[in-house]
Design a protein. Sequence first.
Length: 484
Amino acid sequence: MLQLKNPALFKQACYINGQWQDAAEKIAVTNPATGEIIGHIPKMGRAEAAKAIAAAKLAMPAWQKKTAQERSVILRRWFELILDNQEDLAQILSAEQGKPLVEARGEVIYGASFIEWFAEEAKRVYGDVIAAPQADKRIVVIKQAIGVVAAITPWNFPNAMITRKAGPALAAGCSIVLKPATQTPFSALALAALATEAGIPNGVFNVITGAASEIGGELTRSPDVAKLSFTGSTDIGKLLMRQCADTIKKVSLELGGNAPFVVFDDADLDAAVEGAMVSKFRNAGQTCICANRIYVQESVYDAFSAKFTLAVAKLKVGVGTGEGVTQGPLIDDKAVQKVEEHIKDALEQGATLAHGGKRHALGHSFFEPTVLLNVTTKMKVAREETFGPLAPLFRFSSEEELIQLANDTEFGLASYFYSRDIGRIWRVAEALEYGMVGINTGTISSELAPFGGVKQSGLGREGSKYGIDDYISIKCLCMGGIDR
Ligand SMILES: NC(=O)C1=CN([C@@H]2O[C@H](COP(=O)(O)OP(=O)(O)OC[C@H]3O[C@@H](n4cnc5c(N)ncnc54)[C@H](OP(=O)(O)O)[C@@H]3O)[C@@H](O)[C@H]2O)C=CC1
Ligand SMILES: O=C(O)CCCC(=O)O
């Protein structure tokens, strides 16, 4: 049972047009660390999604008409309330998602940072004046809110993936209908409770839970939705993009990755171990920017693997609220099965186990942090995102070979490399076909930096000064008759 300072943050109803709404059918939400039911959410579908869209459509004109300064003040209040309630939000997040409390607290601050950032950016949506081809004309470009936004978010970051979309959408003057992941809905509903308190008007921020394909079907079908922002698997991203085609919606997609993490022979090995640990084991490896393939240059392979394996052995697996826990459970048994499948396949094809390799003695969906050595490109781990605490170490000999190996994937989200040679740093950074490159660091995310991928990892950028562009449409005013 959750012990919250403010129990009103734990909502088991959807939030449509400023009202908390229930449904006859419910879905139980469980704690992945214990299997216990935390609470229930309404199972809503197409009709309720249509209702939420209608509410968002009705609410948007007044929200858009507010000055950017007025929207900014309300968003800033939301940001402050999120920080004031950090501990409760972290408890809810850790219970539904499983991540260690320390990571959950960090995610709440990270999530809040997007609201603060876009509260500020609301005031910096600038237009342009362009020279006209005729003397009696002037061309002016204005930027306006794109319209009602639909957002569909995943379970791995139940707080920050919502604020990263809601922040820019609301700052731009859009209203939003959000469908959070069924496994982690309570963080989203708690954010909605705080949104009301902050003064976000009824209908501007709506949260609806239930049948994904029905709700997603309505959000993508409706001509009243102008934009879809989705974070999740590549397969569902493709499906939603196809569904958006009929009404030509603007889409932002933040999809799967297959991040290479490269250690060159001139790297600071201790720093590389530190970076690899953060990048690989954050959220038990369930992050789309987690290192998925660790490439180590031949001459430092043994030294790096020894240091890395020692560091992995120090991780403490346990329930997120436990003292000193650094790795929680995976989200569900399906996630565990994928890790097991990748390990089995690699071992059958000649990889060797340096650490872990099996389900953890704690049961449920806990899995041992695992290190595999002598991994090759034939193995599944080279091609598929594991999304779990498995670190496969590949060997490479030259920079040219590495570039070819690192880019040999249909994904292009995050990549990382460690080197102290400035020429190599520029060459490799420019050659990697990825939206983000971590150079001598395993931590690349912040509200200040553009987050997003190329190839089948997605479209658009979140966070940063670019993040608001996805929620804006450009209008050209061509003004004639000036000389008359
Ligand atoms: N880029 C990223 O950050 C993420 C990547 N992934 C990758 O995807 C794999 C599978 O994870 P999974 O949770 O199944 O990811 P999904 O893509 O299935 O889920 C992400 C979101 O999409 C919703 N969704 C699912 N099906 C539909 C649909 N037909 N129409 C509209 N919305 C839909 C989900 O709802 P519901 O929860 O109700 O099913 C959830 O809100 C992971 O192992 C990982 O590899 C997963 C999560 C995040
Ligand atoms: O898409 C994800 O997996 C969540 C993004 C994590 C981050 O912002 O660092």
